[in-house]
Ligand binder design. Structure first.
Ligand SMILES: [Zn+2]
Ligand SMILES: [Zn+2]
Ligand SMILES: [Zn+2]
Length: 302
């Protein structure tokens, strides 16, 4: 693993970024209490709904040998002290847990009901087992919760048969800031087609990050909830306009307006090779890739 600190200001570094060297050998920030005592996050996936490569596409991105151009569906794993939150459980969730050796999950936040964000949810059940039958809280908005009950009825309905291996979930509908896992979590309502969608702001140990993988427009009150961010993680789909996602140009414009100290973009289509993309973004902004892990250091804020 290669680690690098990104300089912020003259006297300190705010972030330590861990770069996996290959798509197979992913060192994990999971073992050992020293690591668990931090506020960190890892991209489990950074791709759009189809993933990258896209089935049947032979464009330069989809045929790239750079592992950073291989993107599973978007998901973020956030470590908060000795607890862990996962944001979205898409169709690649199981493979992401195996690939990145995700050790535990104490809570789930679902941004919205699109398939690329929820269709791996059933595999949460393994963490119930690993964590001594701990019931796992799942936080989401009203429409998402209604949809989850419809799509996964066996999770919320009482089983007829005992001994079945199914997720043990406590769904919690949220629409305003709430406390969980020792952090303040703020749902961020955004426009994303006609599907009710949230991003999430996390304030923990004096640091903050906001994760918005799917958005095409921010209402003004939501922008007001995003002041003073250390980290922004924002949707960037492609260059051509899209009805429900941000183009590269609009993603950069929003990131500039929001003004986080550091921005990573995610939820990419086969927009352009990662290596080219990182060269043309402004200095405080970078493309994410699967496996990228970032620790927000302590005691180093201006
Ligand atoms: Zn999506
Ligand atoms: Zn392609
Ligand atoms: Zn979506």
């Amino acid at each position: 693993m290669v680690s690098r600190s990104i300089p912020v200001g003259r006297h300190c570094s705010l972030f330590t970024v861990h770069y996996p060297l290959s798509p197979v050998h992913y060192p994990l920030s999971t073992a050992g209490s020293a690591r668990l005592a931090r506020f960190s996050f890892r991209f489990l996936g950074s791709g759009t709904s189809a993933g990258v490569p896209i089935i049947g596409c032979d464009c330069p991105v989809c045929t790239s040998t750079d592992p950073r151009d291989n993107r599973m569906r978007s998901s973020l794993y956030v470590t908060l002290g000795d607890k862990a939150l996962i944001i979205d459980t898409g169709p690649d969730f199981r493979m992401q847990c195996l690939r990145f050796k995700v050790p535990r999950i104490d809570a789930v936040f679902l941004t919205h009901l699109h398939a690329d964000h929820i269709f791996g949810f059933d595999d949460i059940r393994r963490y119930n087992t690993l964590q001594n039958n701990q019931v796992i809280h799942c936080y989401c908005g009203h429409d998402t919760l209604e949809g989850m009950r419809r799509i996964f009825p066996y999770i919320t309905e009482k089983p007829n048969t005992q001994g079945l291996f199914r997720p043990m979930i406590s769904f919690v509908e949220v629409s305003a800031p709430f406390e969980a896992l020792g952090a303040k979590l703020t749902p961020l309502p955004v426009l994303h087609g006609n599907v009710a969608t949230y991003g999430l702001r996390i304030d923990y140990a004096g640091k903050s990050l906001a994760y918005i993988p799917d958005v095409h427009e921010f209402p003004e009150p939501t922008l007001d909830l995003m002041h003073g961010l250390d980290v922004l993680i924002l949707n960037m789909l492609r260059d051509k306009p899209h009805p429900t996602h941000l183009t590269r140009e609009r993603a950069i414009a929003y990131a500039t307006q929001i003004g986080a100290q550091r921005t990573w973009f995610t939820h990419f289509s086969h927009i352009m090779p990662h290596a080219d993309l990182e060269k043309i973004l402004p200095p405080s902004m970078a493309p994410a890739y699967d496996g990228l892990s970032v620790t927000l250091s302590r005691g180093c804020l201006k």
